[in-house]
Design a protein around this ligand. Structure first.
Ligand code: C2O
Ligand code: CU
Ligand code: CU
Length: 468
């Protein structure tokens, strides 16, 4: 379980965690055996955090989604070694939101996050009146959702096969806050769930097993303009959503995910002969949905967790407001456009398939290199970024240092009110985002943009930019 108490020290330590009873796994955490504590920051304050590295390899602490300058961002250039401490003073200048923190060492983000160097951040804004359930642990719960693989003895493993290198790692068991299929007791009323997909690559399509309606009230960067009624919610890696669920009918219910199979990992269209091996699903079989499915379900339903309605009287608001106090600065028209192509291969196909050099993927034809600045951005100028992929594969695109608006996906324009402020967007075809930076990032500590499928990021699908 993740405690509400942030403290101000994060010690990256080794631990053991029994995901499966009787089978302790070797894990890492920030001040915990596995994962880190919930960090709760207040807008307008400064958070002093001291991160100590008690492991035997370099780590960082990246405040994913938070608007802080490059030298505080915890990107790859800010890696610090065993025995060292990094003590940033973070000015909290971000609307109320559910964010993410994790280690971000180039080439090691996947294994480090997998081991447990990750956690959730909640930002409160004393200037707004949050009309939603907000009693932490009573009617407001963090759900850090991850998939993990286990060997026959029940110990957590991270073995990347060829398919994992291509599509990103997928494990068979789903954890919520480090627990396999937990049960949560909730009051018989409105409950807010802050869901963070902290998986390395798995995409979830959340629903309740009885098909009940719920409301999405926030996305990555904070509150939406209005609560959105829905029965399903897709989250790619590193995306967050806050939802409000009504449990007043008192019936036990579970949160499930309709598995997005490999068919859903393709973005449609033919792969050509290079793609032959990608037509297989998890079991190495040709899926009957083939590779044509757009976010097609493979038909499997994964159990995520279950809810029991307790005897306690409902607390907090009895109904949802019709509008929410969303943060809505005007971005205006873009003064510049940039194009990014996510490349599955920057070298030969065979080298890519082998993947042992760890540098076969890239953006705009180049794998990530720590001392090359790929873009230079000016503060205060609104830009349109157009993201594409060179193969029919589903990716995500994450940008450090700001939140953005999604303008269009696959040529269709998107209603920003329905998506809100984002820092990760699914890329299944041409995707346009509108963004502006207020925080600076120097050549020594630039901001990153990358695919948040961590195996892609580690393989070089990342670039970096300064903001001056
Ligand atoms: Cu979640 Cu560049 O990070
Ligand atoms: Cu980030
Ligand atoms: Cu990717």
């Amino acid at each position: 379980e993740i405690g509400p108490d942030a403290g101000n020290t994060l010690d990256a330590i080794r631990g053991t965690h029994e995901f499966i009873a009787g089978a302790p796994s070797e894990t890492w955490g920030y001040s915990q055996d596995y994962l880190g504590p919930l960090l709760r920051f207040r807008r307008g304050r400064t958070a002093n955090i001291s991160v100590a590295n008690r492991l035997d390899e370099p780590i960082t602490a990246h405040w994913h989604g938070m608007h802080v300058p490059g030298y505080l961002d915890g990107g790859p250039q800010l890696a610090f070694g065993p025995g060292e401490t990094w003590a940033p003073e973070l000015p909290i200048d971000h609307p109320a939101a559910t964010l993410f923190y994790h280690s971000h060492v180039h080439g090691r983000t996947g294994p480090q996050v997998y081991r447990g160097l990750a956690g959730m951040i909640i930002i409160d804004d004393p200037e707004i009146d949050d009309p939603l359930p907000r009693n932490y642990g009573v009617n407001d719960f963090p759900l850090i959702v991850q998939d993990r693989g286990f060997d026959r003895s029940g110990r957590m493993t991270y073995n990347l096969g060829m398919m994992d290198r291509m599509h990103g790692f997928r494990g068979d068991e789903i954890l919520v806050n480090g627990v396999i299929r937990p049960k949560l007791t909730v009051p018989a009323g409105l409950v807010r769930l802050r869901i963070l997909n902290a998986s390395n690559s798995r995409v979830y399509d959340f629903r309740f097993n009885d098909g009940r309606q719920f409301y999405q009230v926030a996305s990555d960067g904070g509150l939406l303009n209005v609560p959105l009624a829905t029965t399903s919610l897709q989250l790619d890696g590193a995306e967050r959503a806050e939802i409000v669920v009504n449990f007043s009918d008192r019936s036990p219910v579970s949160l499930v995910s309709h598995d997005i199979g490999m068919g859903g990992m393709m973005n449609g269209g033919m792969m050509g002969d290079r793609g032959g091996s990608m037509m297989m699903d998890d079991r190495g079989m040709m899926g009957d949905r083939g590779m044509m499915g757009m976010a097609g379900n493979s038909g499997t339903t994964l159990d995520i967790m279950s809810f029991d309605v307790g005897e306690t009287a409902p607390v907090g608001p009895a109904s949802l407001p019709t509008t929410l106090p969303a943060d809505a600065p005007e971005l205006g028209d873009p003064v510049r456009r940039r194009d990014f192509t996510l490349n599955m291969h920057t070298g030969g196909m065979m080298r890519g398939m082998m993947g042992r050099d760890g540098q076969m993927m890239g953006i705009n034809g180049e794998p990530y290199i720590m001392d090359r600045i790929d873009e230079t951005v000016r503060t205060g100028e609104t830009e349109l970024w157009r993201i594409n992929a060179d193969m029919m594969m589903r990716h995500t695109f994450h940008v450090h240092g700001t939140s953005f608006r999604v303008v269009s996906q696959n040529g269709r324009s998107v209603d920003p009110a329905r998506i809100g402020w984002k820092d990760v967007v699914r890329v299944q075809g041409p995707t346009e985002i509108l963004l502006r930076f207020d925080k600076l990032a120097s050549q020594e500590t630039p901001f990153m943009y990358h695919c948040h499928i961590l195996e892609h990021e580690d393989a070089g699908m990342m670039g970096q930019f300064t903001v001056t």
